[in-house]
Design a protein around this ligand. Structure first.
Ligand code: PMP
Length: 393
């Protein structure tokens, strides 16, 4: 079975025909959709097209990227290019290492305490959603962990980002951990906590590369790839050099930042395809103008949706306005049956994966970097139509 692009309507909507190579039957037509999934999410179409073009033969290697040897010059070039482009995009200072790891952000929930709970074996966590809660639970296996602040008790739970002051953190904490953008509840830190000399660690899985971020304000940043970087499989860790080298003796080698840094992220077989695609995505962002331009585009998309939500009463968006995520827009009709109908009808017209996270239900539109503006326009048009066709009794 194969897909062939036969006609381009606009940047995102391309008609594909699926047929059977043997019979030459090209009768089934498919169209690319707008995928509002929280992750894995949309990838830039330009990148997918380049991947398609290079799939069978990468440059003059005579083989696909997936078949390259990890010690080959070609693969080394890709790894180096990915790191160079990421450093340029995020303006990463030279005293930070970029590590390409595996196991997702979830594995960093363990790797962070294993590597960083070095001096006093205690760390403070700001709890702003289930992912920061999960990170704290994992860290508790290795040290004395306290919640410096939490929005679990807000109404609704996690609808705000807790405000903090330097005095909220224990002076002997080895680090303070936050989840910068909360994928499930649709909130984002509107400030960088002032932790004084205590290294600040941030899970930036669902907001990395969406806008500029001052890396020097953090001791460590980590992100899964499947939102704004590449397909799933790669975990990017950006860590200040002085925080490397003090891991607990029983830290598995594959989670030890020093081991990974010393081997230039090649201590075992790396996730080639994800790194190759990350390199293409980084280049794509550089080509459109870097993170300032990415931010401009993301703000434009998010404003379109939030402005509409604020202009009517049918849908509610309960997140505190100053904490709204630019990537994950959480809303609801306020009626579970209507929410389900919304998801089904949107799905039928190519607006996919709009159901909220299973733990909170409702609706969620994830509008990561690769979501085109037209996707959000179509969503808002659908919301307006749905509201008229489904009055609340
Ligand atoms: N942190 C955040 C903020 C996330 O959004 C996710 C997944 N969506 C995770 C952690 C877990 O990532 P993974 O499944 O790649 O381990």
């Amino acid at each position: 079975m194969f897909f062939r692009c036969v006609k381009a309507i606009n940047d995102n909507e391309r008609i594909f025909r699926r047929g059977y190579e043997a019979s030459g039957d090209m009768s089934i037509t498919m169209q690319r959709v707008y995928n509002f999934s929280a992750g894995p999410s949309m990838l830039p179409l330009e990148v997918l097209e380049k991947v398609q073009a290079e799939m069978l033969c990468y440059e003059e290697s005579g083989m696909s990227v997936m078949e390259l040897n990890q010690k080959s010059d070609k693969f080394t070039e890709i790894m180096e290019s990915a790191e160079t482009s990421l450093r340029k995009l995020m303006n990463i200072p030279s005293n930070y290492k970029v590590l390409f790891m595996q196991g997702g952000a979830t594995t960093q929930f363990s790797a962070v305490p294993l590597n960083l709970l070095s001096d006093h074996k205690c760390a403070d966590y700001i709890i702003s959603g289930p992912f920061s809660d999960d990170a704290a639970k994992e860290a508790k296996k290795y040290g004395d962990i306290v919640f410096a602040a939490s929005s679990a008790g807000a109404t609704p739970a996690y609808s705000v980002i807790p405000a903090t002051a330097r005095s909220d953190f224990r002076p002997d904490a080895d680090y303070v951990h936050i989840c910068f953008n909360n994928t499930i509840h649709g909130t984002k830190f509107y400030y960088i906590p002032d932790t004084g000399n205590i290294p600040l660690v941030a899970d930036v899985s669902s907001c990395i590369l969406s806008e500029p971020i001052d890396v020097s304000k953090f001791g460590l940043l980590y992100a899964s790839s499947q939102m704004n970087i590449a397909p799933a499989g790669l975990t990017v860790v950006i860590v200040r050099e002085d925080l490397i080298g003090n891991a607990r003796p029983d830290t598995p080698s594959m989670l030890n930042y020093k081991h990974i840094a010393d081997s230039k992220s090649l201590c075992n077989t790396p996730p080639f395809f994800a790194i190759y695609m990350a390199n293409l995505v980084f280049d794509w962002i550089l080509s459109i103008g870097g993170l300032e331009e990415m931010k401009r585009r993301n703000e434009r998309k998010a404003s379109l949706l939030y402005d509409y939500l604020d202009s009517q009463k049918y849908y509610t968006a309960s997140v505190d306005k100053k904490c709204r995520s630019m990537m994950n827009v959480v809303f609801s009709t306020g009626n579970a049956a209507l929410d389900r109908k919304f998801v089904e009808e949107a799905n039928a017209i190519g607006l996919k994966n709009l159901a909220g996270h299973s733990t909170i239900d409702g609706l969620r539109a994830s509008i990561y970097n690769a979501m085109p503006y037209e996707g959000v326009e179509k969503l808002v048009a659908f919301m307006k139509k749905f509201l008229i066709e489904n009055p609340k009794l």
